[in-house]
Design a protein around this ligand. Structure first.
Ligand code: FES
Ligand code: FES
Length: 186
């Protein structure tokens, strides 16, 4: 688990997760109203109407149709929903969408460079590192944050960076090799 993801988890614990929970029912049983927010995603500013209790994961998938970000446990345990916020991996199931205002969000749809796949995406395709593919968007983004900070990580550093991203197909060896290949060729 990356330090950043751990910090996000920790901050939610100390802020009383139950009270913050997007799933907490409003006391009057009325759905919360929508508000207009501006969020920068993948280099573009989007103005969207959304509910204040939606997670960033829900805002991306339901309000912005960016379904590359996957939901898994929605409890902060699997890493499937990871996106980058200001370049750092964040679990979008634990962050409210409105907390992303004034930040720069990157999803897997924003990984291409000038219309070309990111070196990580090429490496994963070349090595067949994706099996069902469900965990891969979160892994690609977490690996991107690692390579942006440390262009030539060791196997242990890659393993550590990806330790919060669970692959249900358990193909970890090829995932590690793909990150190493991208680091060599990136
Ligand atoms: S869906 Fe967010 S950590 Fe599992
Ligand atoms: S490739 Fe299937 S969950 Fe990771």
């Amino acid at each position: 688990m990356t330090l950043e993801i751990f910090k996000v988890l920790q901050s939610y614990e100390t802020r009383n997760y139950h009270e913050m929970s997007p799933r907490k029912k409003p006391e009057n049983n009325r759905p919360p109203g929508k508000i207009l927010v501006r969020i920068r995603v993948n280099g573009e500013t989007h103005e969207i109407a959304t509910e204040i209790n939606k997670t960033l994961l829900e805002v991306l998938r339901e309000d912005m149709n960016l379904t590359g970000t996957k939901h898994g446990c929605e409890l902060g345990e699997c890493g499937t929903c990871a996106v980058l916020v200001n370049g750092k991996p964040v679990l979008s199931c634990l962050m409210l969408g409105i907390e992303a205002v004034n930040t720069e969000v990157t999803t897997v749809e924003g990984m291409t460079r000038n219309g070309k796949p990111h070196p990580l995406q090429n490496a994963f395709a070349d090595l067949g590192a994706a099996q069902c593919g469900y965990c891969i968007p979160g892994i690609l983004l977490t690996a991107k944050a690692l390579l942006d900070e440390n262009p030539h990580p060791s196997r242990d550093e890659i393993r550590q960076a990806l330790s919060g991203n669970l692959c249900r197909c358990t193909g970890y060896t090829k995932i590690l090799q793909a990150v190493e290949l991208a680091a060599r060729e990136g």
